[in-house]
Design a protein around this ligand. Structure first.
Ligand code: NAD
Length: 256
């Protein structure tokens, strides 16, 4: 059980971050949800999670593209035993046509934010005598595809930051690891299915198997619950000697 621990999950009002937040709450951790918005829905989500799981859940607005806001997120949380760097965006274009502002935003949100949050969280973990840093990289943190230069550079960078964090905390009761998901059916991915069906004149099943999951040998999406379970495992005592490494949850993608 993670009772008494506080998990801060960046970018957690949707998708994988939200799935991880639910599993952390079910495992007994208090939760801090985050995104760049500050809507009634965001706060209602926190209230519902608290009611259904019995842990304390707060929503703290902060824009992970801004270094100072990354740092104040952790300061406002007040305590951060489990830091999950999850916020991320994507943009698809060839390098010679890639908009510079998209490159900068992806590097800031997907990579640099984790540097800022980790920098503030590590002293808190040292003070409380226990900590877990869990960075959400990607199968694209270990392999590449065309037209996703910024995302792939950022996700490879996350793996490097994870290893360095692990070495700087190696003799302390703190670990740092990266989870590398393959394709996960988040709202973001779901929204692409109807258009792709039209483009290829294919059924939903064919789009999923033959377009989206071409590189995922299992031909199944990983689920946000499975990613949440992986994060809870990395936070457990069983994982105390697992540090500086990556765990792929990708249906065999990186075995190809
Ligand atoms: P998503 O769009 O559902 O979730 C992204 C989250 O990040 C949202 O909560 C969003 O509000 C938040 N976010 C975006 N910009 C932000 C900002 N500037 N400040 C704060 N929060 C911000 O996408 P997802 O699929 O759940 O992705 C979550 C993470 O998992 C990302 O890092 C992504 O790269 C990674 N990932 C996703 C997949 C997949 O197939 N879905 C695969 C591998 C890795």
């Amino acid at each position: 059980t993670l009772k008494g621990k506080t998990a801060v999950i960046t970018g957690s009002n949707s998708g994988i971050g939200l799935g991880i937040a639910w599993e952390m709450a079910r495992a007994g951790a208090d939760v801090v949800l985050n995104s760049f918005t500050d809507s009634a829905d965001d706060h209602a989500l926190a209230a519902r999670m608290a009611k259904e799981t019995g842990v304390s859940v707060r929503y703290i607005q902060a824009d992970m593209s801004k270094g100072t806001e990354c740092r104040t997120l952790i300061e406002k949380a007040g305590r951060c035993d489990i830091l999950i760097n999850n916020a991320g965006i994507q943009h698809v274009a060839a390098i010679d046509e890639f908009p510079t502002e998209k490159w900068d935003a992806i590097i800031a949100i997907n990579l640099t934010s984790a540097f800022h949050t980790t920098a503030v969280a590590l002293p808190m973990m040292r003070k409380s005598g226990w900590g877990r840093v869990i960075n959400i990289s990607s199968a694209h943190g270990l392999t590449a595809s065309p037209y996703k230069s910024a995302y792939i550079a950022a996700k490879h960078g996350v793996v490097g930051l994870t290893k360095t964090t692990a070495l700087e905390t190696a003799q302390e009761p703190i670990t740092a690891n990266a989870i590398c998901p393959g394709y996960v059916l988040t709202p973001l991915v779901e929204a692409q299915i109807p258009d792709t069906m039209k483009e290829y004149d294919m059924s939903r099943e064919d789009v999923i198997k033959n377009v989206m999951l071409t590189r995922q040998p299992s031909k199944e999406f990983a689920t946000v619950e499975q990613l949440g379970g992986t994060a809870v495992f990395l936070a457990s005592d069983a994982a105390a000697q697992i540090t500086g490494t990556t765990i792929s949850v990708d249906g065999g993608w990186t075995a190809l």
